[in-house]
Design a protein around this ligand. Structure first.
Ligand code: AMP
Ligand code: MN
Ligand code: MN
Length: 331
């Protein structure tokens, strides 16, 4: 996948200055970067005196409720019109769910802010840089261009996006400049200790109970592909309302013998969510893109129609083919 770097900072700033009302949306099943970049944008653009609404289907996951402004995010949009919509951390329109559909139909223009190499360049203004470690980093760079003063309310969510998408400054997307950004955000009042403790290290017993069931299905396939399966029955049995693997796929990629990890999650309506991770030197984004999803070399995903075990067999075969094109770069 070739890199994309189309950052129309000034055009985007002018779109903001000209707007009175702004809607911000992000991707469904939001992670720390989705929520962090959304809240960073929301709190920052509010400080410019704009009327800002943030929305994501099903609302903010409990893990991120500690972030400033999280309680204002709307889980649904049924009324309203905006001068401008900003889509963050989403590589295509479908990924922004129902609030994205509503927003596009009721906004005059769309800014596409993202860092996925699989971004399909939808929208009217682009702030898309696939070399950025996170969408949150793109938000920070834009605010620096606009000379917008950083407060704790702006810095906390942005640092959360950077910390989660880099798995705590550990991915190959981290550069000396990333650490400079973290320094700037900490100087503005963001607590790295609080963010890492809450979003990276904290797991409740329900999650461990879910992992216990999922780990019972774990297999190491030929070629170095490790997989686990989570069914609707698992979610029901454990009693979770959020249908997330809670980071299991990231745990599986730690296995020495595995070059790629994959978690298959059974969804209602005969759909299957596929979440994949790769060791440095391997690429799961192509497989995800081929399945109608997207992501990055080392972390990607897709949702497809089909029966759980049939989808599993098909995707394992695709990963076994993809793994042949890679080579472990860090042992
Ligand atoms: P996940 O495995 O859900 O944590 O997602 C890993 C990465 O893949 C994230 O950067 C997502 O943005 C991306 N991703 C996951 N699912 C999709 C999808 N259906 N479409 C596009 N990108 C996706
Ligand atoms: Mn994301
Ligand atoms: Mn991201």
């Amino acid at each position: 996948m070739t890199a994309i770097n189309i950052t129309e900072w000034e055009k985007a700033a002018h779109a903001v200055y000209a707007a009175e009302s702004i809607l911000i949306v992000t991707h469904i099943d939001p992670d720390g970067d989705a929520i962090g970049s959304l809240l960073g944008l929301m709190n920052g653009l509010k400080s410019l005196g704009k009327r800002v609404v943030g929305a994501v289907d099903a609302g903010v996951p409990a893990l991120f409720h500690f972030l400033p402004g999280a309680d204002e995010i709307q889980p649904k949009l049924e009324r309203g019109e905006w001068d401008l919509m900003i889509s963050t951390d989403a590589s295509d329109e479908k990924r922004t769910g129902l609030v994205g559909d509503y927003g596009r139909a009721h906004s005059r223009a769309v800014i596409n802010l993202d860092h996925h190499a699989t971004n399909i360049l939808f929208g009217y203004v682009y702030l898309v840089d696939s070399t950025a470690c996170s969408a949150a980093e793109v938000v920070l760079r834009w605010f620096e261009q606009m000379e917008l003063p950083l407060t704790r309310e702006i810095a906390m969510p942005i640092l959360t996006g950077i910390v989660t998408d880099t798995m705590g400054f550990r991915t190959s997307s981290v550069t000396a400049q990333t650490l400079e950004y973290a320094k700037t955000l900490m100087s503005a009042g963001a607590s790295l200790t609080e963010i890492t403790a809450r979003v990276l290290d904290n797991r409740n017993f329900q999650t461990i109970s879910l992992w216990k069931r999922a780990l019972a299905t774990t297999e190491l396939h030929e070629g170095g592909i490790i997989s686990s399966v989570i069914t609707q029955a698992d979610f029901t049995e454990v009693g979770t309302t959020e249908q997330s693997d809670q980071g299991l796929v990231g745990f599986l990629i730690k296995v020495e013998e595995a070059m790629m990890s994959v978690v298959f999650k059974e969804l209602p309506d005969s759909k299957v969510n596929i979440s994949m991770r790769a060791k440095p030197g391997f690429d799961v984004s192509q497989v995800a893109f081929g399945l109608g999803g997207g992501g990055h070399q080392q972390a990607a995903g897709a949702t497809v129609e089909g029966e759980l075990l049939a989808v599993k067999a098909q995707v394992i075969a695709l990963l076994q083919e993809a793994v042949k094109h890679g080579k472990l770069t860090i042992v």
